[in-house]
Write a protein that binds this ligand. Sequence first.
Ligand code: SF4
Length: 252
Amino acid sequence: MVGRLILPVVAGMADVPQIHRRLVEVFGRHRWEPEGDPLSELVSTIIGQHTSGPNSRRAFDRLRERYPTWEAVRDAEVEGIAAAIHGAGLARLKAPRIKLLLERIAAERGRLDLGFLAEMPPARAMTWLRRLPGVGQTTAACVLLFGMGLPVMAVDGGILRIARRLGLVGPRAGPDEVQRTLEGAITEACIYTLHRNLIRFAREICRPAAPACPICPLNDRCDYFRAGGRSKKEGRQHGRLDGASKRVPYGG
Ligand code: SF4
């Protein structure tokens, strides 16, 4: 008698395409369109760490009003940069980082332009960006995803929380593991839409406190919900400065 073949289950991987399809049914598909140059994306993402979208945008605009060129920001006093981005919070931490990373880019590349990253494979471009001060997985991936339209999953605190709750990754997994899991399970063409939909899902349904589990379109495949909505399995949130939510254009 031939025994039943038992295939190994790869945790989470099989679920991602279906999760993507369900989120598309609820939130739709999105097409990437260029919003600005990659360097602007980098600076705006750093300003946006740990703050709301409107505050971040206002702070970025004030920085550009005060210093019309990136060279001017690089050469400015840290105090002046901090005053310009004050409204976004943590200005004393973000201002020296912005100045330092502009100095580093100019020193290494001879000019303040990140267009050269488009010629690199995304993984190499990620590595290059993550060497810069204050740039971790979320910020580097936002530059490539939003600034260049490359298929790189940016994992902020909300996406990390969803991946852990759904059981796509373990409770202690970090952004890099979530990125690998999501990117490895869907096609490159789906990554931008999945990112946008997960960000919205994290804000509107799978909230940090009191998630709307009874109406959640994914509750039939959620570890957290099956455990009765208890948070004991949740690991530490992605709390580094880099882990802040990216300002993402919602509502469409
Ligand atoms: S069932 Fe609840 S915890 Fe699970 S994904 Fe949905 S909202 Fe989040």
